[in-house]
Design a binder for this molecule. Structure first.
Ligand SMILES: *Cc1c(COP(=O)(O)O)cnc(C)c1O
Length: 447
């Protein structure tokens, strides 16, 4: 496969030829530590020079299997040929005019695509931003303007970003919120139906959450309910069946704007264009980012036309929002998703990974749960014979994989989840090799 337009193919192989980090990475690491804020963490001790589909190549010539896709961003693969070509053409034509000053067609086309691809057949409108957090902030602005209410309801284990409003909406203290308060007000957190840790039905947990909204916030004060249809940073928690539809029903009955944060789950990641489709729910507003533009920074807010149009002219926007290069990349990414049928590829990844991971679960008692949809799959680790989280073994397996040339990510409120988010173009032989390595690291960590 070719990974740069017209350039040489990047071999789809794991190849570790130096110690990790190698000498060139070690030198850059020292410069990084001297120049970059200590507040910006770094998981891998190596520096990238090229990446495509299943691999990341570092400055010392090591080739890693990439099971993270830059946190669910390069769904179409890194440097996907169509994206590279579209970006090159756009960057040569013009880089920026500001859509609010002199508009261009790419922005409009991305909005048209979002309006068409997101769930529901009602009239929709969109607006574009730079980051996921910014899209979530704007969802709150729009919902408040439309309802003339203030309260925002979010869920345990939820993650929505690192700005002040979205920190308030995010559940986990470390590392996202610690020492950064005070946070935005009028944000209320209620329980989510977490199948592995809660035996109640989705309807029962929804009833408890709804009672909290009714009694502690007051339904008529709530502007928006914001939830990830599968919680990402929280540990790939797909709420128990029946939970999301009951919450949607409550929102509808009470004039509350229901917002699906599909920033991590969107764009074929779960084997559907959007994860809401698995539950058959139709959000009023939907936020998108990560997978939308093949790695360029772009985010979207899409929703019912009457809600999106309820804001006064000039109320939404920003200097860079919907940058023309990012829009060109998004259009090419969406084309690539359709052409390569990446929903089918996500399902094929699930079919390959799930049986292997379930077999590991029966072998290693530290693996408490195997879950996920499409190419969004996780393992939750416990202390054997209990439900106590096991972040120690999780981190040992992750570190072992990194040293052996497989990039895996962790997640979860308790830091006890290994999550897998490969590019949807990941070759299956590399996926199988990554699974072999993960299994080997469990053997070592539990020996
Ligand atoms: C990553 C993420 C965000 C924040 O996106 P940024 O682009 O990092 O600001 C918000 N919500 C969810 C569900 C995410 O996964």
């Amino acid at each position: 496969m070719t990974h740069t337009a017209g350039g040489p193919a990047l071999p789809q192989e794991r190849k570790i030829i130096t110690a990790i980090p190698g000498p060139k990475s070690a030198e850059l690491l020292a410069r990084r530590n001297a120049a970059v804020s200590a507040g910006v963490s770094g998981m891998m001790p190596v520096f990238a020079v090229a990446a495509g589909d299943g691999v990341i190549v570092d400055v010392d010539g090591n080739s890693f299997i990439d099971m993270g896709a830059g946190i669910a961003v390069t769904n179409v693969g890194n440097a996907a040929p169509k994206v590279v070509e579209a970006v090159q053409q756009q960057v040569a034509a013009f880089t920026h005019t500001c859509f609010m000053v002199t508009p261009y067609s790419g922005y409009v086309e991305v909005c048209e695509q979002l309006n068409e691809l997101t769930p529901g057949t009602h009239a929709k409108k969109s607006a574009l931003f730079n980051s996921g957090a910014e899209a979530v902030e704007n969802a709150v602005k729009v919902a408040r303007a439309y309802t003339k209410r203030q309260a925002v309801v979010v869920f345990e284990h939820g993650y929505h970003g690192r700005t002040n409003m979205t920190m308030a909406m995010t559940a986990k203290n470390m590392p996202y919120k610690h020492s950064f308060g005070p946070f935005a007000s009028e944000v209320y957190r209620v329980p989510v139906a977490y199948p592995f840790r809660d035996e109640r039905s989705g309807a029962e947990v929804a009833a408890a959450a709804i009672s909290r909204m009714d009694k502690e916030v007051g339904a008529s004060n709530i502007a928006a309910i914001v939830i990830e249809p599968i919680q990402g940073e929280g540990g790939f928690i797909a709420p128990t069946a029946g939970f999301l539809p009951a919450i949607v029903e409550f929102a509808k009955a009470n004039g509350i704007v229901f917002v699906a944060d599909e920033i991590q789950t969107g764009f074929c990641r779960t084997g559907q264009w959007f994860a809401c489709e698995h539950e058959g729910i139709v959000p009023d507003l939907i936020t998108t980012a990560k997978g939308i533009a093949g790695g360029l920074p772009l985010a979207g807010l899409t929703g019912r036309a009457e809600i999106m149009d309820s804001v006064h002219a000039g109320g939404l926007g920003g200097t860079y929002g919907g940058n023309p290069i990012a829009c060109a990349a998004a259009i090419a990414s969406i084309e690539t998703m359709k052409e390569l049928d990446l929903n089918a590829k996500a399902k094929a990844i699930e079919e390959l990974m799930m049986p292997r991971l379930k077999a590991m679960q029966s072998k290693f008692s530290v693996i408490g749960d195997v879950r996920g949809r499409g190419a969004m799959i996780a393992l939750e680790m416990i202390k054997p014979g209990s439900m106590d989280p096991n972040p120690e073994v999780t981190s040992a397996v992750a570190k072992g994989c990194h040293a052996a040339g497989v990039v895996v990510l962790t997640a979860g409120t308790y830091g006890n989840v290994l999550r897998f988010l490969p590019a949807l173009t990941m070759p299956h032989h590399l996926l199988a090799e990554a699974l072999d390595e993960i299994e080997k690291q469990f053997s070592i960590a539990t020996a």
